[in-house]
Design a protein around this ligand. Structure first.
Ligand SMILES: Cc1ncc(COP(=O)(O)O)c(C=O)c1O
Length: 442
């Protein structure tokens, strides 16, 4: 939500007695100046809502390995890794080398390249429900394409998704992210199978596809119960709707995705983020039978894009995926557990209400005794906002909503240091938390 400027200024002024806010302002003057310029040139001062926070976002200068560096030369451990995309951290040597080599050999042409066969081959080899892959430039585009495929195949107009699910920055999905039904978007409650079954029973004849994240990412790292995910799959099939499993974020949780771990068999799978090795990417995968609508000899669905499967993204993604071994996934997950334990202990010591959602290498932090059913309905926005600033002051960068996604290159020693820095940030928060803790409801 965008606040009017006057209100915005006063909310910053109201926090002026905060030592955390004062330290942030003191440490990040160049980011403040950059944001003032950005507000003139970019609407809202950014091209990306998830890269904005109050009082102004950091502007980064560079990134390498587990570190980010801002314009004021402050260094941060990156605990969000571009919302999970940088699964091997920043400027990962083998990816830099592959991308550099490719850039020198050309970065795009209107014809085939072998690198896309290599990346598609890896995806097909890993994910049993995928026989063919169609590349796009973002997860959002993959969602739009999956919706078009489902509409073309079924001849139906609508989609069903989880309330507070996220499938990209597209109107049809956004109303679901904000929790309100749209003209073509129907909603049901995540992890509530009866709700999904009920909507499918009532509206099944209009529903082209059920879109589903196996773990809610933006919604706050909420694991889908296996029986729920399998039940939605069965209900979608019964209603004649396609199941589109959104593994844009969750591919990092398993060598064959969450669908491989749980034995799900979606009709279509959305991919993105890590399969681009840090470059823009998305993809839709599925069985040959369904995807033959793209067969140029009998074209049913037109889809093209100037940068689809561009060779730089393809070579970078090929390296990223091949280095994401089961061992590397396990290492990240162990790191997340270590960090969760450290944060929980430190929050308890600081006397703060605290809970964590955890799936694999991702965490979502809450300053409440129990996590809410989705981040969008949290009561602790003042506390998490202040903690976000406190963490940056202590050299840690996580998502403003408290999400953390680790990378494969973080060492146990670095995790220890992160735990200590987080404990210091939690103590800073506890020192000024009194006014920010919401009254218990009722
Ligand atoms: C589950 C999921 N689907 C789709 C998307 C959209 O991907 P992109 O940001 O590349 O458009 C995201 C991005 O956060 C996501 O987490």
């Amino acid at each position: 939500m965008t606040l009017p400027v006057a209100e915005k200024t006063s909310s910053v002024a109201a926090g002026a007695s905060s030592a955390i806010l004062a330290a942030y302002l003191r440490r990040t003057g160049k980011s403040r100046q950059a944001h003032a310029r950005a507000r003139i040139l970019l609407p809202g001062g950014t091209s990306r809502q998830a890269g904005y926070w109050e009082p102004y976002p950091l502007t980064f200068d560079s990134a390498e390995g587990v570190y980010l560096r801002d314009l004021d030369a402050n260094r941060y451990f990156d605990l969000i890794n571009n919302y999970t995309a940088m699964v091997h951290g920043h400027a990962y040597g083998p990816i830099v080398e592959a991308a550099r080599r490719q850039a020198a050999r050309g970065t795009g042409w209107a014809g085939g390249n072998l690198a896309q066969l290599e990346l598609a081959g890896q995806i097909v080899e890993r994910v049993a429900a995928v026989e063919q892959v169609r590349f796009t430039n973002s997860g959002t585009e993959a969602g739009a394409l999956a919706l078009n495929i489902a509409r073309k195949i079924t001849g139906r107009p609508k989609l069903l998704m989880a309330r507070f699910g996220y499938h990209g920055s597209l109107m049809e999905f956004e109303c679901g992210s904000f929790g309100h039904q749209g003209p073509v978007t129907l909603l049901a409650t995540y992890n509530d199978l009866a709700d999904f079954e009920g909507v499918l029973a009532e509206h099944g004849g209009d529903i082209a596809a059920v879109f589903l994240e196996p773990v809610l990412g933006s919604g706050g790292v909420v694991s889908g119960a296996p029986a729920f995910l399998k039940g939605v799959q069965a209900a979608a099939r019964k209603a004649g709707a396609l199941l589109v499993l959104d593994e844009v974020l969750t591919l990092r949780f398993g060598h064959r995705g969450v669908q491989g771990t749980l034995g799900l068999e979606p009709d279509l799978t959305m991919f993105g983020k890590l399969i681009g090795g840090g470059y823009p990417v998305g993809a839709v995968g599925g069985k040959r039978d369904l995807l033959r609508i793209f067969d140029p000899a009998d074209l049913k669905l037109f889809h093209t894009g100037t940068f689809n499967a561009n060779p730089v993204t393809m070579v970078a993604g090929g390296v990223a995926l091949s280095h994401l071994t089961p061992e590397a996934i396990g290492r990240m997950e162990a790191g997340a557990q270590t960090l969760k334990d450290a944060l929980t202990g430190a929050a308890r010591k600081a006397g703060l209400p605290f809970s964590v959602n955890h799936h694999g290498s991702c965490l979502n932090l809450y300053f409440s005794d129990r996590p809410p059913h989705a981040s969008m309905v949290r009561q602790d926005t003042a506390l998490i906002g202040r903690f976000h600033l406190a963490a940056m002051n202590r050299g840690l960068f996580l998502a403003p909503r408290g999400m953390i996604a680790l990378s494969t290159v973080m060492t146990p020693g670095q995790l220890d240091e992160i735990g200590q820095r987080a404990a210091a940030a939690l103590a800073d928060l506890a020192a000024e938390a009194e006014d920010l803790i919401p009254e218990p409801a009722g």
